[in-house]
Design a protein around this ligand. Structure first.
Ligand code: ATP
Length: 228
């Protein structure tokens, strides 16, 4: 549904992302796997339209039209929540920012709170949420405008084992209805949840395909990835 063509980002003399190209097809869950500093966040931020590329472009395939940002939901690595709000208040607020009416925002908020499994704690302040609950709320916020592509930056890396399991299970559910691209530096997370892997190292996509095909080619072993 989206193509990335020769995308690069250069900061001073640092090629954070170096001429990457790939196509994301609908209905898949793809892991952007690479060690710290590989360029994953920079690549995702360019795709989400948050920073402009030095060169190259990101394009929607023909059947999707209009502003690319309407089609993408993005959860940053360190999402910012208004912690004094309840989860429900926060999602209604996010809905209004996405130009939903008050009534539509409330109904979408309730739908999403159920979808991500935090409806029971909807009236609790976000400051009292666990890490896993916050990530679920962040995913709900990213889904508020019904995007076709959900991009998640390191969605499970900072979570304890229970939160991690919950969020990976949620991603498994969501991929039935949304294309997902998520970044991780942890091999096992990529192995467990993705249909395909884009292996990134020093700004480049060095391999792509299933994890077993990457392992066969010993590419993963060459890069110091974290196993947990
Ligand atoms: P991490 O998981 O540690 O965030 P990453 O794979 O997401 O790693 P990026 O955050 O995209 O990697 O960083 C890639 C490179 O670009 C790093 O060398 C980083 O220092 C550099 N970089 C990222 N953002 C900026 C910036 N705003 N200004 C200058 N350099 C930057």
């Amino acid at each position: 549904m989206i193509t990335v063509q020769n995308l690069s980002k250069v900061y001073q003399n640092n090629r954070a992302v170096d001429d990457i190209s790939f196509t994301l097809s609908s209905g898949k869950c793809i892991a952007l796997l690479g060690p710290n500093g590989a360029g994953k966040t920079t690549a995702l931020r360019m795709m989400a339209g948050l920073i402009s590329p030095t060169s190259g472009k990101v394009e929607l395939l023909e059947e999707h039209s209009g502003d690319i940002r309407r089609h993408i939901g993005y959860l940053p690595q360190h999402p910012h929540f208004h912690s004094w709000m309840t989860g429900r208040e926060f999602l209604i607020y996010a809905g209004k920012l996405a130009y939903l009416s008050k009534k539509e925002a409330a109904s979408r908020a309730d739908q999403l709170l159920t979808r991500v499994g935090i409806f029971e704690v909807r009236n609790r302040r976000i400051s009292k949420y666990s890490g896993g609950m916050k990530q679920r709320l962040g995913i709900a916020q990213a889904l508020i405008h019904k995007p076709e592509l959900l991009m998640l930056d390191e969605p499970v890396s900072a979570l304890d084992p229970i939160g991690r399991r919950d969020v990976l299970d949620l991603m498994e559910e969501l991929k039935k209805e949304t294309t997902i691209l998520y970044s991780t530096h942890i091999l096992n997370d990529a192995e467990e949840s993705s249909d395909e892997i884009l292996l990134m190292h020093e700004g480049k996509i060095v391999e792509s395909g299933s994890l077993s095909s990457l392992k066969d080619r010993h590419q993963v072993d060459k890069i110091s990835l974290q196993f947990e």
